[in-house]
Design a protein around this ligand. Structure first.
Ligand SMILES: O=C(O)c1cccc(C(=O)CC[C@H]2O[C@@H](n3cnc4c(=O)[nH]cnc43)[C@H](O)[C@@H]2O)c1
Length: 208
């Protein structure tokens, strides 16, 4: 059985590709792990994992990527172990009230990582969104309703696919920005990607 390393973009694993001397491509089979680049967002992620998880080859999915933090005490470039992830927008508005897909009786929107592998990083709760939050009113509403630490565009989709296929899953996110009205000049993408790749290289190295 193998580990499947999953990221939304190749750029988020640039140093990992270099370190393991991986060829270009969105699905790569290495000796000790496979790597899958899904594309950004929950739809691309679910489609891609649906294609590749069916092979029954994997005992662990490791989802890695950058993310925004709602919590200003989390330093940009720091890594978090996301153990809980929620599809924040999946449901229905009922005036000022938000009804989750569970409230509507159509399924689940809240997922947990399931793995016995201990990783030495602070744990955090995340939300997964289609639209990166950049409006102070919607940010305040999201924090009030779900109190997340981080936000990504894929995490809960990975947890969902792994739950469907009964495969253990870890999600490690490196904080590239604070969730605030959009100002990409303040994002520390390079630092977040470097720290994420150093961690992923060591993790995969230690496992094999
Ligand atoms: O502009 C670049 O150089 C660049 C390089 C690598 C990746 C990116 C991305 O924008 C990746 C999109 C990816 O980032 C996650 N993300 C990061 N911050 C947030 C956020 O505040 N809210 C939601 N998602 C965020 C997300 O998972 C995307 O897949 C750019």
């Amino acid at each position: 059985m193998k580990t499947l390393v999953v990221a939304a973009t190749k750029a988020e694993l640039a140093f990992f590709y270099q370190h393991f001397n991986l060829p270009e491509g969105d699905f790569i089979e290495a000796r000790n792990f496979d790597l899958l680049i899904t594309g950004v967002g929950m739809v691309a992620t679910a489609y891609s994992l649906g294609r590749y998880l069916k092979s029954s080859k994997y005992n662990l999915v490791l989802n890695v990527g950058i993310a925004g933090s709602f919590d200003r005490s989390v330093a940009l470039g720091s890594l978090l172990n996301i153990t809980e992830d929620i599809f924040a927008e999946l449901g229905a508005e009922n005036g000022d009230q938000f009804l989750t897909i569970t409230d509507l009786g159509f399924g689940e929107n809240h997922f947990y990582s399931k793995s016995n592998i201990r990783i030495d990083l602070p744990v955090a709760k995340s939300v997964t969104v289609n639209c990166v939050s950049g409006n102070q009113k919607s940010i305040d509403a999201l924090v009030k309703r779900l109190n997340p630490v981080t936000e990504s565009m894929e995490g809960a989709a990975v947890f969902y696919a792994c739950k469907q296929e009964h495969i253990d899953c870890l999600q490690v996110r490196s904080i590239s920005n604070y969730v605030e009205p959009r100002n990409k000049d303040k994002w520390k993408i390079g630092l977040a990607i470097k720290n994420l790749n150093d961690w992923a290289i060591a993790f995969i190295g230690d496992m094999n």
